[in-house]
Structures are given as C-alpha cells and as structure tokens.
Design a protein around this ligand. Sequence first.
Ligand code: SAH
Ligand code: AVI
Length: 319
Amino acid sequence: MSTRSALRAPHPAETTKDFAADVIAGLTAKPKYLPPKYFYDLTGSGLFDRITSLPEYYPTRSELGLLTKHAPEIASLFPPASALVEFGSGSSRKARILLRTAASLEAYVPVDISGDFLHEDAVRLRRDFSHLSIIPVVADFTAMTELPPEIAVMPRAGFFPGSTIGNFEPHEACAFLHRAGGILGAGAVLIVGVDLEKAPDILYRAYNDAEGVTAKFNLNLLVRINRELGANFDLAAFEHHAFYNAERHRIEMHLASTKRQKVRIGEATIEFRAGETIHTENSYKYSVESFQALALGSGWSPLKVWTDGLFSVHALRTT
Ligand code: SAH
Ligand code: AVI
C-alpha cells in the first residue's frame, strides 16, 4: 500500500472554501482574528519545527526530557496490542520516544491538519518502525468523530503533546477532551503535554526569539492567504506582536498593521487602522492543579503528572 493511498480524510481537514470563509469571518469581526490552525501549511509546519529548537523556546526541550525520563512508566499505561493516537502529530518527534519504548503498541495513528507534512513524516515512520502499522489521518481534530477502521477493535491510548491544548480557549479544551474520550473509548489513557505558568519574561522570550523565526511563523499566515486566496497583504506593513496577558494566563500573538491600509482578498476589501491587530493565537498556560480541574470537568481523571517546573506531562484516564 502506498503512503499516499494510506492517507485518509474521514472528515475533510480543510478546503479552500472553508479557509476563505474563515478568513473573511475573522477579518470582518471586531477585533480582527484568524484561527491558528491555518498556520500549518507545509511552510508553517517547517517553521514550527524550527521554533522547537530555538534556545528561547523551552517547551519542546522540557517535554522531550520528561518523556525520555519517564517513557517506561508512560509506556506501562498502554494496554497490550494497542494503538497510539496522536492529535496534532507534527514531526512525531515525541511519539518516537514512546514508540521505541512501548512494546505493547501495534499501531500508531498520527492525526494532523497539515497533510503534506504528515505524508512526508509517514514515509520516515514506516522506514523506522517497520513492526508497527502506521496509519496517518489528515483531519481537523476538533471535528473528528471516529478513528480508522484498522484500529476499530484495538484498545487505544491517546497522545496530545506540545501544549497544543493551550491553543484552545479553556471551554474548547474541555470540548476537545470530551470528544477525545468518546473517540478513544471507555478506560482509555491520554497523555497530555501542558505548558506551565511561569515568570512572564521567560514566556515573553519564548514567543519573541532573537532570530525572528516566531515572527516568520506568524507572518506566514498572510503569505498563505496571499497565495491561496489571491490576497495582496504587504508583508512589510505588518509586524509580529507577542506578549503575556497575565490576567488571562495566556501568551497572545497578533499581527499589527504598521499603517492605515486596505487589503484585497478576492472580491473583499479589508480596512486596517494604523496599529490595528489581527489576533492570531492564544497559548494558555496552566498550573498542574488548574489543568487537572479542567480534565476532571471534561470526563478524565488525573492518574499521574510529571513536571520539571517549566512544563507538565499528565496521564489521564476516562472517568
Ligand atoms: N505534537 C507536535 C506538534 C505540535 S504543533 C509537538 O508536540 O511538537 C501543533 C500541531 O497540531 C501541528 O502539527 C499542526 O499542524 C496540528 N494542528 C493544529 N491545529 C489542528 C487541528 N485543528 N486539527 C489537526 N491538527 C492540528
Ligand atoms: C503548537 N503550539 C502549542 C505552539 C505554542 O507554543 O502555542 C505554537 C507556537 N506559537 C508560537 N510559537 C509556537
């Protein structure tokens, strides 16, 4: 079976029509916003990968350290002959640690909206883990209702690393956890990576790196809109802004217009005031307790948590 034919989209991940509708809805709202899931085209996924090795971006290093240190204990939670389902798998770098350690796994199901990136990753995974069934799914994980038929009769464990859960509003995180519980089934275990609240200057630097890769990642959203929706955003007239909103426990990312300007997107014209921003992402930070409370209210019982003071990895079981 070729890798491409194994890529399935039980729910279309994203179409140009949905993208256009979401962009127009977000840019005609007050204040203006864009959904962060659109960061991840092939270029955006590559830029995120570069972010993960920046000296200022501690979350990936912290989580890799925690997963490496506790892999045997985490793997012991997976049922025999089970499938590991990762939501937002990216380069699958973290899953690889678990795939190497957990002899109980028979299948790995990376789920991601970034189809081309997922396709490239699946080729490498099949080469490196030939004993496992690798079943990639191109989908929006907020809209998924079922898993591939190949793992229908297998017990499943879930993996949601990277603090991607922090990119949801808390009520959306709750809805996602309920949905994941339904998909994974009764008694399932979910391993979730969650970034912790900490000194604002550490957070600030993580989203304002000296090399400007995070700024490129943010601005790539406009590059993508220009290319895919025939828009004429002038990239030199927008700036990356990221700051910690302590009241809401979140990093906010925005694209700020440096001047009064009009932008054409297909048939639509969007006006910007000087200094007006497009809110592109929130990255919520939790305490161990506030995340465990969220999980408990979303159908999951905390089993165990591992932290290094900067980042936390939670093991949860469906209640
Ligand atoms: N798990 C990896 C990657 C995290 S980056 C890590 O921990 O390093 C977030 C990933 O989630 C990206 O690969 C992105 O393409 C994917 N993603 C974001 N929103 C998504 C959505 N709504 N549905 C599916 N995948 C999504
Ligand atoms: C994927 N997600 C958890 C990252 C974060 O830290 O919120 C995305 C990111 N945005 C800017 N830098 C990294």
